[in-house]
Design a binder for this molecule. Sequence first.
Ligand code: SF4
Ligand code: SF4
Length: 279
Amino acid sequence: MKKWSLIIDVEKCEDCNNCFLSCKDEHVDNDFPRYSLAQPRHGHRWINIMRKERGQYPLIDVAYLPIPCMHCDNAPCVKKAQKGAVYKREDGIVIIDPEKAKGQKHLVNACPYDAIWWNDDKAVPQKCTLCAHLLDEGWKEPRCVQACPTGALRVIKAEDSEMQKIIESENLEVYQPQYNTRPRVYYKNLYRHTRCFIGGSVAVQVDGTTDCAAGATVTLIKDSQKTATLTDAFGDFKFDGLEENSGTYRLEISYRDWKKKTIELGLLAASLNVGTIFL
Ligand code: SF4
Ligand code: SF4
């Protein structure tokens, strides 16, 4: 049986919020019997965009992480629902039955991704349905995917084996795998949100002027592990995809005939701009 999955490329999301707005356009004031009651105009964010800033000026970047319901294969919301009010469809989509779920406010806290919202007026928990009412009518993609101008969102309907190949070939990850819910939403370039970098510049003084040290070798050392890179034309370097709070690091810089320099960085808590290193 083919199942739906959503793929989100963190590097392509620019926080335009078109996904959020198209979700509102589809669901506010619109009941879809058996799928969902109308989404309130304010308060709910069925696709919620988180922000992460990394580094220090001038070496900083920002990444945006859209978070809808993950349509988990091992969904805590399904287990905690009474009267079968939340169920998993054969095609992978998780639906909150709008009638059976009435009054079940505890479901808001059942989701570790905070993807369930409480509708006070109708006394019902609500969330992203993957626009199942549209997919069941033959739509190829939900509204938010259709509205994304950068192609950051992509939906796929595939057999598990086919999806596994896509996960491996595109290096896809799930967000917060420690929740063990087996999400059907996969992220590309998730490191931009979950990991950190060490970066900086290398420069030298030549005849009283400062020059970028292009092509200098910078080696990052942690315990006995070494990773090396070359500085670019501006003397800049960056080691990305490091784990936060992952121990102490050291940098070694060598460039032509200049004396090799070693810098102890100490404990890496978050992304770090070491600034300009003069040899
Ligand atoms: S993300 Fe939350 S609401 Fe969605 S299926 Fe998983 S546990 Fe349920
Ligand atoms: S799939 Fe549909 S319901 Fe889910 S966030 Fe996108 S537009 Fe909203």
